[in-house]
Each structure stands twice: as C-alpha cells, then as structure tokens.
Design a protein around this ligand. Structure first.
Ligand code: ASP
Ligand code: MG
Length: 422
C-alpha cells in the first residue's frame, strides 16, 4: 500500500463528465490498495471568469484590501471542484471527504494572490485515510495567520499538491494534466518534439522559469526542496487503462543525476515572449552606475532578468537589461523621470519585440562547446543575438521576436532533440 497524491488540472475537471472520469480513475487507484489524496484545480475557465467579474468592479489600484477580496473570490473555484469530486467518488461507492485549504489547515504567509505555504497540518487527513476515506483537498488556497483566505498565484494547485505530498511524505505525487508529459520543446512549435521519460529537477526548474508552462515554478522548487517523487502525466488516457502502465507513463522528475545515464547534453529548448529590453546609452563608466540603474528598478518591485554592460569608450558605456513586458512602461517611466537626469544622460532605448530562447541541460556541466554550437545554429539561420546569459545548465539568448519559432526549430535540430538519446 502506498500513499499517493493525485493533482487534476482545470481541463481534467472541466465538466461533470470529466469529473466522473477523474472519480473513476481515483477509485481504480484506491481499489488497487493505495491511500489516496486528491488535489483538484477549479473547473477550466472558472478562475478567469471570477477574476474578470472582479475587474468589472475593481479600481485600477491593487491595494492589499482588494487583493484580500480577490483571494476570497478566486478560491471559490476550487471549493466547487472538491465538492463535486467528492460527490462523484461517493457515487462510485467510495467514502470520500473534501476539505477547503482552511479546514486542513494549509497555512500560508499573508501575501494575497501569491501566498507561500508555511505549514500543513495533516492530522485530520491521516485520520480519514486510516478510516479508508479518499481525501480531497482544494488546490490553490490556504489560510494566513490572521485567518484570512489566501491563494498561491495562478497555477498554484500544482504547488498545493506537491506541498501536501511533501508534508505527508507521499510515495508519489502524480500531476494529471492536458499534456502527456514534459517535452523537449512545445510541440505546437516543433511537431517533432519528444516527450522526455525523465527530466532532472534542476532542468525542470529552469524550464519552468524560462517559459515552459507545464508546472508552476513554485511547485518545482517545493519538489526539489523535499525531494518529492513527482510525475507529470495525461488525464486523457482512458480511466481504465492498466494501472501499472499508467504508473510508468508521462515524465518523471528525478533527483539523482546518475539515474539518467542516457542523458543528452541538452534536454530541452524553452522560449518566451514575456520580456522587454531597455538600454541606457552613454552612462559614465564609474562605480555605482549599475547599482543606480538596477537598484532604482528593483526598488519599484520590478524584476530584472538579463543584464549587459558594454566595453566603455571615452569614459562612457551602454547598459542594457530586460524586464517583464508588463513592467516595461513603468520601468521606462521611472528611468526617464528619476534615474537618467541624475546620471547625466538622456538616451534611453526600449524594445518590446524581443523574445528569449534558451537551451537547458544538466549535461552542459560536463561538456564544452555547447554555447558555441547554439550560436552557430542561430547564425546559420541569419538570426542576430542581442543578449546572452548563461548558467551552469542553461544558455539563453535574446533575439528579435519574429525569429522565435525559427530559432527554436533550428536549435531543436542542432541538438538532435528529434531523436531519442542513444
Ligand atoms: N485555479 C487556479 C488558476 O487557474 C489554480 C490552478 O489551476 O492551479 O490559476
Ligand atoms: Mg496548471
């Protein structure tokens, strides 16, 4: 007997018909002798619908008071899901009980709309499991120290499921979703993209932060911290598929590098259009300049990603960095009105038509020439690289967004990702 956590995404919970299928799948696992905890998302589209209602009424300024109510509102989507799923499981002849986050309780800090889980009291859940019940817990929501309902940020049900699995030391956490695993890249861009049977936790972390939307990044961080056995798999296989086969399907997140002897050097290509580039030209080349620019931006709570400072000429240099596109206008405004005047320069150039394309792989640690191979593949397509950043297991470039798909395809080919690793 194992303790298993299942997480079902919004699409899997999208209709009563689909919820019935989820119930049948969970019942199959339960009848195979496992203790089952299930964490569903809201029905697909529901969180968007709720937040759109708020938008019709809300002032534009996001105050703490408003964010509290957004969480009160948005958390209801998951409450509907757990109730329906418990009803469906009971209809399957199982004993099932559902809990909202606050009933468990799942404790969080008080950062409304992006709260972090601080602790989970699993006593009630354990008692139910021992009594033979299937336990269903809302994804996405928690309770702060003052008793307010909080939510974990969009896609947060992944994190709820992983956190529950970590707290209960579950044998495995299975994330059922509308794709059948983690791919070498988005198959909508590269039809030859392959599903990875395993991916290391560190690669998954990079891919999640670089734009692959399969798992919420916090859930991957959580999984890594507590080494939660985690698998991403499809909820669209027939519910009565052989359980052994199902248990081996999808993509397993691994923690030991040597589990992956057939490791390819590059495991995946990630990309996103979420960033914009800002350049401050002709700033004095002296101590404190980077701090003046980036510090001011960070103080406004704007995250800076890639940074480049050029060689100086005549005591002046150019300084470029990227920010999230949503923060672009605010960052430009701040620089124009506050920072540039103090630096004695006026030239500010911005570009929102960029994208970031990255190659990711733990094999990069032990191989040289990976970045140069990337640059060659891009140059052969005539694609100009505007910025570069590297870490131990990834290399990212910023390029013109109109070449994004071409770049992703070229890199997928250059690193032989169309073929299974030999
Ligand atoms: N329902 C929430 C959302 O749409 C949480 C989740 O689905 O993971 O973001
Ligand atoms: Mg999701």
């Amino acid at each position: 007997m194992a303790l298993i956590v299942h997480k079902y995404g919004g699409t899997s919970m999208g209709s009563t018909e689909r919820i019935r299928n989820v119930a049948k799948r969970v019942a199959k696992w339960y009848r195979a002798g496992h203790q089952m905890v299930v964490v569903p998302s809201a029905m697909s589209g529901e969180t968007n619908r709720l937040l759109a209602l708020a938008k019709e009424l809300a002032p534009s300024r996001q105050t703490d008071a408003l964010c509290r109510e957004l969480d009160m509102l948005a958390s209801t989507g998951e409450q509907v899901s757990v109730g329906l799923l418990a009803i469906a499981l009971q209809a399957e002849g199982l004993e099932a009980v559902s809990y909202a986050g606050w009933q468990v309780p799942i404790r969080t800090n008080n950062a409304y709309t992006k709260a972090r889980i601080t602790s989970i009291d699993d006593r009630k859940v354990r008692a139910d499991l021992s009594a033979g019940r299937v336990v269903i817990i809302t994804g996405f929501q928690g309770l702060d120290e003052q008793g307010n309902i909080t939510t974990l940020g969009r896609g947060g049900s992944d994190t709820s499921a992983v956190a529950v699995a970590a707290a209960m030391k579950a044998d495995e956490c299975l994330i059922y979703t509308d794709v059948d695993g983690v791919y070498t890249t988005d198959p909508r861009v590269v039809p030859e993209a392959r599903r990875l049977h395993t991916v290391s936790f560190e690669e998954m972390l990079e891919m999640a932060s670089l734009g692959s939307k399969v798992l919420q990044i916090r859930s991957v961080e959580f999984a890594g911290k507590y080494r939660v056995p985690l698998r991403v798999l499809s909820s669209f296989t027939p519910w009565d598929i052989d359980i052994e086969q199902e248990a081996r399907s999808g993509t397993l997140i691994t923690y030991e590098e040597d589990e992956k002897m057939e490791q390819a050097i590059v495991s995946g290509i990630a990309f996103n259009r979420d960033e914009a580039k800002i350049s401050v030209l002709g700033v004095p080349d002296k101590p404190g300049i980077a701090y003046n620019i980036v510090g001011a931006v960070a103080d406004a709570n704007i995250e800076v990603d890639m940074i480049i400072q050029n060689l100086s000429k005549d005591g002046r240099t150019d300084f470029s960095f990227t920010v999230n596109r949503n923060d672009y206008a605010r960052a430009m405004d701040l620089l124009k009105t506050k920072v540039l005047p103090a630096l004695g320069t006026e030239t500010l150039v911005g570009d929102t038509k960029i994208c970031k394309v990255s190659i990711v792989g733990i094999g990069m640690r032990s191989h040289v020439g990976v970045a140069s191979k990337m640059f060659r593949a891009l140059s052969e397509e005539g694609i100009n690289i505007q910025m570069i950043s590297t870490s131990e297991i990834k290399t990212s470039v910023v390029i013109d967004e109109k070449y994004m798909e071409l770049a992703v395809r070229a890199l997928h080919r250059a690193f032989d990702l169309d073929q299974p690793p030999s």
